[in-house]
Design a binder for this molecule. Sequence first.
Ligand SMILES: [Zn+2]
Length: 465
Amino acid sequence: MKIRSSRVPTPAMLLATVAATVALFACGGGGDESADDGRSGPLNAGKGMPKAPPFVPLAEALPPEASEYDKHMQVARISWAHNDDITAPHWCANPGQGSNPNLGNRTVVPITELFDGFYFTGTVSVGQFVMKTPDGGYILFDTMNNATDVNNITIPQLQSAGIDPATLRGLVVTHGHGDHDGGALRLQTLYSTPSNPVTTVVGSADYTANKPYYATIQVDSTNPRVPQQLTINGATFTAMATPGHTPGTTSLILPVTYKGQQHKIAYWGGSGLPGSASGRLQYMQGAEAMYAQIKEQGADASINSHSWEDKGLDRIRAIQDQGGIENSNPMIQGTAKIQLSFATLRTCAAAQLSNVDATALNPVWRPTRTELYAVRPNANGVTTHVRARVSNYFNVISNGMVTFTTAEGASCTAMTDDEGIANCVIKTRGTGAGGPASVTATFQEMSGPVAVELSSFDTVHAANY
Ligand SMILES: [Zn+2]
């Protein structure tokens, strides 16, 4: 995650940059740095720069002798306590409580547009997503339980949104359980012809001999966690085998637009956690692979066919309550939130894995925060002094690498000291007395055997700057 300081924020940046905008105004102008020689680089002294406000931990880290389960779950619980809109799978937040009551709720969710030409419909229990393609026509992601659902829910709901079901050109099955692929045969029977077949995608390990529908593309489950690009009817998206929930579960990253801006949706293909250690290990590794894709592609929304499982149903209902997405879009959570959601999903799987395999030792994934709390252009107009602090829920992080980048493309990299603080001087010649238009501070993930300090999620800035 990036933290940005902006002097002249664009509308798109505005929301995320308010605190840091203040930082630049408050700290702008003047400078008494000895390192004003026009070069970029780390600065040890940082003389005259504001001191960091006191670090306040959210909790005390558990001692090494604590159980693996408790060490993972401590992080998940802190993440939930401070973010009410990230995923909290029922099997993780309330283990041993049985299935979520939503799973039996057959109330129809009227078709709802979530992005431009991208919809959800189905029931509270399980649903499906619909995506308009550039070549006309639509792709349906998951198919509900059976022909009756297709007849009574899918077809009339599509029609109520003005979508002719005969224009379906793709079916993507996230996994081979009946509530996801049960309607595939009916849809193929109705809308696929030899001259104009409906492209159907399913994970190879879930495409068993008793499946009545045909598969055009089988995502190779024997080669898991390798992202690949699929194109159906002009729509290109990422598909990745993430076995765990089932051997052939497929997860997706879908590009969409909203008000002319591109967004990307992380679509987790299977919700429930398997009971076996090997299944839980795969599930955890799948969540790690999705986390990496989310980070790489900047996915800033998430969906799940069981829409209550990632709290998507709350967002869908919010859209319904506000009468559509004309004025705002609750689906867009920002990539920091989506990264945190999937990091927490991984944390949950790691905790539950340790419950069935006492030998499983997986590093605790710790979300971090990078506070860019001082940006000061020096009087000579050629350099800007920047300062940030990196911390996790428990402590500041020393020896961490922070890269500062300006809107104009200049950058410098510095390591954090014992107080978690990185100082740097960026060459900003030509940006005038006000300094760079914006500065971004990025903490590079640090991996160790006991813990992984994740790239920063948290955009909260230190007070008073
Ligand atoms: Zn399933």
